[in-house]
Design a protein around this ligand. Structure first.
Ligand code: ZN
Length: 260
């Protein structure tokens, strides 16, 4: 994963750090800064350290509208972004308001994929509003985050396909295969047989290409690949009514984030 290091954006040194092992991580938590998209990472850090009195910038990672990823506290240090789950959650902040650019979305997914790869498992996707009473990370951003790569089909969680690779077998592979078939990418020889072989890899690649991917193999389902497969699925199912509306959450001014 390419990113701008702390030195790269002129970070101040943290006043203190609390280490977190990767094994303690359970989720990636999305935030937004609610400021302008031109806000500098350093100004966010100054606000968190001088305004809030925190030890450092609150987030583990930040992304901007150009799709650049910035190192906040990084993978191994506890953040201050969504107490009481700062230990479990890797906090990623979009620098801007509700309505992320495609480049920013891709960057968030890149951080997510890397987090899953490093921890060796599929981490949950949370929005700040799942943990505290806040509008963060904005309704459009939140809906995108919860639905990209996640599609509830016949009671199976869509994110179950993330991490699958060629050679895998079982129910999750069946789910992937049935999603591909419903998206219009047929598996004429074997159908949804629960074996991720050449035919499935070919359909994965075709589904991804239909959504603009430049990949030339379909051997592994990253978060990004799952999102493209789900997009293909959603397009194949359309038109079937509008997007799901989430209930309004309680709006509060400012973030309820405490360092702990
Ligand atoms: Zn937040």
């Amino acid at each position: 994963m390419d990113y701008v290091s702390r030195d790269g954006w002129g970070a101040r040194s943290p006043r203190s750090t609390t280490s977190v092992p990767l094994s303690a991580r359970e989720e990636v938590t999305l935030h937004y800064s609610t400021g302008s998209t031109g806000q500098s990472v350093r100004s966010i850090q100054d606000f968190h350290m001088d305004g809030n009195g925190w030890s450092d910038i609150g987030y583990n990672w930040l992304v901007d509208d150009d799709g650049t990823v910035y190192e906040g506290r990084g993978w191994y240090v506890q953040g201050a972004h969504a107490a009481p789950r700062n230990r479990q959650g890797i906090g990623v902040c979009y620098i801007g308001s509700d309505g992320m650019s495609e480049a920013a979305k891709a960057a968030v997914l890149e951080v997510y994929d890397e987090a899953c790869r490093l921890t060796g498992r599929t981490l949950a996707r949370k929005g700040h509003r799942d943990i505290n009473s806040t509008s963060c990370p904005g309704t459009d951003n939140y809906n995108w985050w919860k639905s990209s790569g996640y599609r509830d089909v016949e009671g199976t969680r869509g994110d179950d396909m993330v991490g699958l690779k060629k050679g895998d077998t079982g129910e999750r592979v069946k789910f992937l295969q049935s999603t591909l078939m419903k998206a219009g990418f047929d598996l004429p020889k074997y159908g949804a047989d629960g074996h991720y072989g050449d035919e499935t890899a070919k359909a994965v690649l075709a589904a991804r290409k239909s959504q603009g991917s430049a990949q030339d193999f379909g051997d592994r389902i990253t978060g990004w690949a799952a999102m493209q497969i789900n997009q293909a699925f959603v397009k194949a199912q359309a038109p079937k009514g509008g997007e799901a509306e989430l209930p309004e959450t309680i709006q509060v001014s400012g973030e309820l984030e405490v360092e702990q």
